[in-house]
Design a protein. Structure first.
Length: 561
């Protein structure tokens, strides 16, 4: 039997990687594959293995979390190949603190490291180790610079209100713009998808008009077989993301989510970059509705509920109209929902269960506080009394000249705030000029050409930066106050719209919408054993005071049961 001559060709494994979807679309993998195979042919080797990584960042993702790197290491230990070849060494990774040692690991296993563009990487001498580290240190720096350039580009595009590309958000679609870029490719633009936009309006109105939470909205969308962006079921996370996205009021946003080793995390709104101008063509909901929805959702956050010391969980689910805004007058505890249930049997033996919702003093019921009031209050007594009293307010509000009153409110509150904001902004600009002047004096001081000593300048600069920080805090606080007042005006406008037909609209509204309508009028309700105190919103009190000449404080005694 003839003995086969042993092959002298080296066995090569080729490693290909692209880090972005854009590179995948551009067929970057085939380019790397062709270059590596041509190189293998020139060297007289034979390809025995190919590793392909698609859409994996060599900078963000550790080698320990990259399947193909781990597969290559396992094959190297089993002696599958003699040479590990890549298009460039940065295909194996870009992390200065890790990738050099990955290459060294292969070298210690007897594997040669080759790149089609950079040749062989050896580890025979100390200089080889240094050169290897410097290569990936430079590559890591280039990745950081590239990320900074891309990030800056996206921030500028967002501020200019330009669509940054990718899959359009739910509620929008892409259309050809008729414009061509430098490469001759026709650009696309973002436009409203009317069908999906109706779903977006419904999602926002479910919060704005009925006070629903994301869980219930998700449930209703899925029950009606409305498909999500992916063509499947809706999730609470998707609904929450939509409710937070300012694109729906016409503002582009960048930085809402941040990737952390492949996982996306929601970022604080303070870190978002918003377009400087509103794009009215992209607005699906009004700015007033969007802002009010954010306020409603914030008021239900666990932190806010703890801060306000009121129980708001499941408020919209309660069959009682005033849960969330009603308290015990004897101990101050919130009145929550409880049920009085009875079971009875019919003549035919059928067992029926009867249940009625009641208001319950949570403090007394749970023994958390001393309370000399009642534990249970009748839904009928409380709601009939309060609704009758609200109807009295409604009849008076019909007589109000809302336009005059809202204009008066704006003059009293907004004009002064706007002047103060402008004053603070001008002062801030002056402070920045002062800071710039002080910093420019530092170089002169070091050279002995300034009347100020470096130590003195350092102290002055620190003081100026503290002053700037304080000024920024004042401006931010004022902006929040102005935003809150703007939402008050939204409530006034809503009242102006609904008051003429309030009674009919209230009677025909869903239970959830009735609660929202009442929230525009009712500030809080305090219940005693023999009386009920209704406190209305300040703007309602002021409106009625404008026709009565004074504010009205309501004390209504509940009818006897």
């Amino acid at each position: 039997m003839a003995v086969k001559e042993p092959s002298i060709s080296k066995r090569a494994a080729c490693f290909y990687r692209v880090s972005t979807k854009g590179q995948l679309d551009g067929d970057d993998i085939p380019m790397q594959k062709r270059a590596c195979r041509d190189f293998v042919d020139r060297m007289g080797w034979v390809v025995v293995k190919e590793y392909i990584e698609k859409g994996v960042s060599g900078y963000k993702v550790s080698a320990s979390d990259r399947d193909e790197i781990q597969r290559a290491k396992s094959d190297a230990e089993n002696g599958i190949f003699d040479v590990l070849l890549c298009f460039m060494f940065d295909r194996l990774g870009r992390r200065a603190d890790e990738t050099p040692f990955v290459l060294e690991w292969f070298s210690k296993k007897g594997v040669e490291l080759w790149s089609t563009k950079e040749g062989e990487q050896k580890f025979d001498e100390h200089n080889d180790l240094l050169f290897n580290y410097l290569r990936f240190w430079q590559s890591s720096g280039e990745s950081k610079k590239t990320a900074m350039r891309v990030n800056e580009k996206h921030e500028q595009m967002t501020k200019d209100g330009i669509f940054r590309g990718g899959k359009p958000p739910y509620g929008y679609k892409l259309e050809k713009s008729g414009e061509v870029n430098k490469k001759g490719k026709e650009l696309v633009k973002l436009v409203i998808d009317e069908g999906q936009a109706n779903v977006i309006k419904r999602i926002f109105n479910s919060v704005y008009e009925e006070g629903l939470g994301s869980n219930r909205i998700t449930k209703y969308l899925n029950e009606e077989n409305i498909l999500s962006h992916s063509g499947g079921k809706w999730t609470t996370g998707t609904v929450n993301f939509i409710l937070r996205n300012p694109i729906y009021k016409g503002y582009m946003a960048y930085g809402k989510r941040k990737s952390n080793e492949g996982l996306y995390e929601m970022q604080s709104k303070d870190n978002w970059i918003l377009s400087e101008q509103k794009n009215k063509e992209l607005a699906i909901v009004s700015e007033q509705i969007w802002d009010k929805v954010q306020q409603l959702r914030m008021s239900r956050s666990p932190d806010k509920m703890k801060k306000d010391d009121i129980q708001r969980l499941n408020v919209t689910k309660s069959p009682l109209l005033f849960v969330g805004s009603i308290k015990c007058g004897h101990c101050g505890s919130p009145l929550t929902t409880t049920y009085n249930s009875k079971t009875y049997k019919l003549k035919d033996g059928t067992v029926k269960k009867w249940s009625q919702a009641k208001y319950r003093c949570s403090g007394k019921a749970m023994g958390k506080t001393e309370c000399d009031g009642q534990t249970i209050y009748s839904q009928t007594r409380i709601e009939r009394t309060v609704l009758n009293e609200i109807q009295v307010y409604i009849e008076q509000l019909i007589l109000v000249d809302y336009t005059e009153q809202i204009d008066k409110y704006k003059k009293q509150h907004f004009h002064g705030d706007e002047k103060q904001f402008k004053k603070l902004q001008n002062e801030l600009e002056r402070l920045y000029v002062d800071l710039s002047t002080l910093k420019s004096e530092v170089a002169k001081s070091i050279l002995g050409k300034s009347a100020f000593k470096p130590e003195m300048l350092s102290g002055l600069i620190d003081d100026k930066e503290i002053e700037i920080s304080n000024h920024n805090n004042l401006i931010e606080k004022l902006q929040l106050e102005m935003k809150a007042k703007k939402l008050e005006i939204t409530e006034m406008e809503e009242l102006r719209r609904s008051i003429p037909v309030w009674k009919d609209e209230f009677e025909n509204a869903s239970h959830e919408k009735q609660k929202m309508m009442l929230s525009y009028i009712v500030d809080n309700i305090i219940v005693y054993k023999d009386s009920i105190e209704l406190n209305v919103k300040l703007n309602v009190t002021n409106f009625i005071g404008s026709i009565n000449g004074s504010e009205r404080n309501v004390m209504g005694a509940p009818p006897k049961q």
